[in-house]
Ligand binder design. Sequence first.
Ligand SMILES: Cc1ncc(COP(=O)(O)O)c(C=O)c1O
Length: 389
Amino acid sequence: MSPAATDFDIPFLRSRRTNKWHKFPDDVLPAWVADMDFGVAPPIAEALARLARNQEYGYAAREGALAAAFARRMQHRFGWTAEPADAHPIGDLVQASFSSVMAFSEPGDAVLLQLPSYPPFMAAINDTGRRLIANHMRDSGTRWVLDLDAYEAAPDPRARVLIFCHPQNPTGRVFTRGELEQVAEFAIRHDLIVVSDEIHADIVYPGNTHIPLASLSPDIAARTITITSATKSFNIPSLRCAVMYFGARALKERFFARIPARLLGSPGVTGVDATIAAWDEGQPWLDDILACLKSNRDWLAQTIGSEMPGVTMRLPEATYLAWLDCSALALPTPAGQFFLERARVGLNFGETFGAPYANFARLNFATPAPVLREIIGRMAEAVRGFSAA
Ligand SMILES: Cc1ncc(COP(=O)(O)O)c(C=O)c1O
């Protein structure tokens, strides 16, 4: 990999017209939205250059190409056999989660979601007039765990859908086969359709294995819509290209009986070609990126442990996101606001992942090591200043 792909400096990162680097004033270092301060895999760069060279922007002839690449990738990476005919190309995962909620429930129905949660999932429930049933995860002392029993105490007769995020954002959990079996049994017993967001499945650290939920059994597959894309792991979120995979033909038919395919639109040719290049040829690049992310993760965990008393971070098993518990600091403001004001670091505010999480913040560590050191240096100084006062 060209060293430039992970060695960008702050002036260059700021010169890129990304939301990450332009949401906050220039004296703030951003560590929020989930994209990486790196480049892209050479096969992606070449796919995009080829389109530009050929000025190839007419209506595309790519029938079935993305679905076939998805099936190859699932087989090769996770040993999961997916049927290309049951995959549907779509612009993005948020759109896939909104449309799935709308297809498989009615206004007033309940949708379950583990909290803390990636904020748009809550929007997919609230903005469509469904009721959010918050199923809070628990910090076991070493990692975040599911607590499905909490729901059993008061099941909702109008629960129709479970939005499941695996690997989980923001806790970084990779659920084990045992945990996934519990989820599958739970969904079947409560007759829930599962929207399984597996967008982070490629960014998994050694010692953990991603298992697609729908790969567990035909019974859970028949009620699971797996939604994924190459956009997180291959750093191309603005190319808007994703896949919805229906674990049974009947599920796909039910979906399209409610949601006209033409309402959803379809991904553009840049997204499709880049995704195919990523999935088919991008793995050597991703392996290098994973090594870099692991080194950032390990340094971060160690430095937070030693330099930021009062801040707790469970080691993420996947994702380049760290979920920081700042409760022990007893801050006067939400943690995100504290670090923005006192450290000039732009994190995701914990309360956007669920109302009880104002003492938390999410930090994106997919950035060159010198930038990460500067971010953490500023944060540690703010914590020291506050604790000394
Ligand atoms: C769990 C999860 N799902 C979906 C997305 C966004 O996907 P998209 O840009 O395709 O809507 C993100 C982005 O951070 C995410 O973390």
